[in-house]
Design a protein around this ligand. Structure first.
Ligand code: CA
Length: 409
């Protein structure tokens, strides 16, 4: 993929040549060279994926996260319905089963245990939240609260389940499934459009149900007979026939979203259908266009041109590049300082992953470059440890970290 900075750099070179012709002082030229370096610096260093925790192989590792409780442990959720825990130590040889609800989870195709998030106050209240597809029910997604056991920090209390929400899915695919707490302490839930193809149920633009949306709920309070409450500043509170849980909508199948731990910005990958995969920056009340648009293009018979009320993805790529975007995380670790602030994402089908630099002021992408060393790795998810170091997992059960291998290229 072409880096949008290339043109800017070319223009800077032209400017520099013009200055030389007019005989401007070397000090000015030096300033220009600094400016050119600044443009170049808007591309991250060369980075490669390397195997992390090489003695571990975890079946279908769809969530990689930490508890934020200063114990420096890693938690990996398996789509089968098992959550593993292990110390953040390269030499670890085995995991401990933190929670096993395999008997109540159907793991098939896009269904299974898909989401796991620890309460921001987990250290004190021991609460964590799980998203799974319920066995014995027809395409039913469950979001439940569990507690850690009283006497063993590496063991959840399987009997502590309290169902928070259930979502009746019309089909088996497009379940979304990411759970993530925002900096506001509310739980965000990424959902798909209900599945099948061509947005069969037309849920993307329909706010009378929760599908095709990202939800925002308060799990610390209860309201109207629900096991959660609606934050008062949710964008659609009090609007007739619109679900007040909705934070943003017009989404097809959010496969992985994450908050930037430094500035709270919410990033989401939205899997496309025919041609385009999307990276979106999610804002309050945003309509992300599905199924009027796919990527930055009209979609289907009701396809729409650009409209002020439809938010375009900040980045898209077509199906000659990859077929299933995996939204990642913004790197905030300490190991690769020049990578800080870079959004990492990948593609499940294409065996590719990228680093995206975003310009806060312009709201535009400054550069996208490939992460090296991605070979025969169907990327499933990204995650971070407590220190903000980045990891990704693949469908073969392997975990990878990142290493800097040179200057930008
Ligand atoms: Ca879109």
């Amino acid at each position: 993929m072409e880096s949008p900075t290339a043109e800017q750099i070319d223009k800077s070179h032209l400017r520099r040549r013009r200055i030389r012709r007019t005989g401007v002082s070397t000090a000015v030229i030096a300033i220009c060279i600094v400016a050119i370096s600044f443009f170049s610096a808007d591309k991250p260093p060369a980075v490669t994926a390397v195997r992390a925790f090489p003695h571990l192989r975890i079946r279908l590792p769809v969530v990689f996260t930490n508890a934020g409780d200063r114990t420096n442990r890693i938690f990996v959720g398996s789509q089968l319905g098992v959550i593993h825990v292990f110390p953040n130590d390269e030499n670890v040889s085995d995991t401990t089963v933190f929670l096993d609800i395999e008997d109540q989870v159907i793991c098939q195709g896009e269904e299974g245990l898909l989401g796991l998030a620890f309460h921001p106050n987990y250290r004190n209240n021991g609460e964590f939240f799980v998203y799974y597809s319920k066995a014995g029910d027809s395409h039913m997604s469950i979001i439940s609260r569990f507690h850690v056991s009283k006497d063993d920090p590496n063991q959840a209390d399987e009997n502590s389940e309290q169902e928070i929400m259930r979502i009746d899915q019309p089909f088996s695919n497009h379940n979304g499934g990411t759970l993530a707490f925002g900096p506001d302490g509310f739980l965000y839930i990424g959902l798909g459009d209900g599945g099948n193809v061509d947005e069969a149920k037309k849920n993307g633009q329909d706010r009378s149900n929760v599908l095709g949306s990202i939800l925002r709920i308060d799990v610390d309070r209860q309201q109207d007979g629900l096991n959660y409450a609606i934050p008062k500043d949710n964008p659609f509170v009090g609007i007739n026939n619109v679900r007040p849980e909705i934070w943003a909508y017009g989404l097809r199948n959010v496969w992985r979203m994450a908050f930037d731990r430094e500035n709270g910005r919410l990033w989401a990958g939205d899997v496309g259908q025919d041609n385009w995969e999307e990276i979106n920056v999610i804002v309050r009340g945003g309509n992300y266009g599905w199924s009027l648009r796919e990527g930055q293009h009209p979609y289907g018979t009701n396809g729409s041109g650009r409209r002020a009320d439809l938010i375009e993805p900040i980045w898209e790529y077509n199906h000659s590049v990859g077929n299933c975007v995996v939204g990642g995380i913004v790197y905030r670790g300490g190991k690769i300082p020049a990578l800080r602030g870079t959004y990492l994402f990948g593609d499940y089908i294409a065996n590719k992953a990228w680093m995206l630099r975003y310009n806060d002021r312009s709201g535009r992408v400054a550069s996208v470059s490939s992460i090296e060393g991605i070979d025969n790795m169907p990327i499933v998810t990204f995650g971070e440890d407590e220190a903000g170091e980045a990891y990704l997992t693949d469908a073969f059960g392997q975990i990878f970290g990142l290493e800097e291998v040179g200057p930008p290229r």
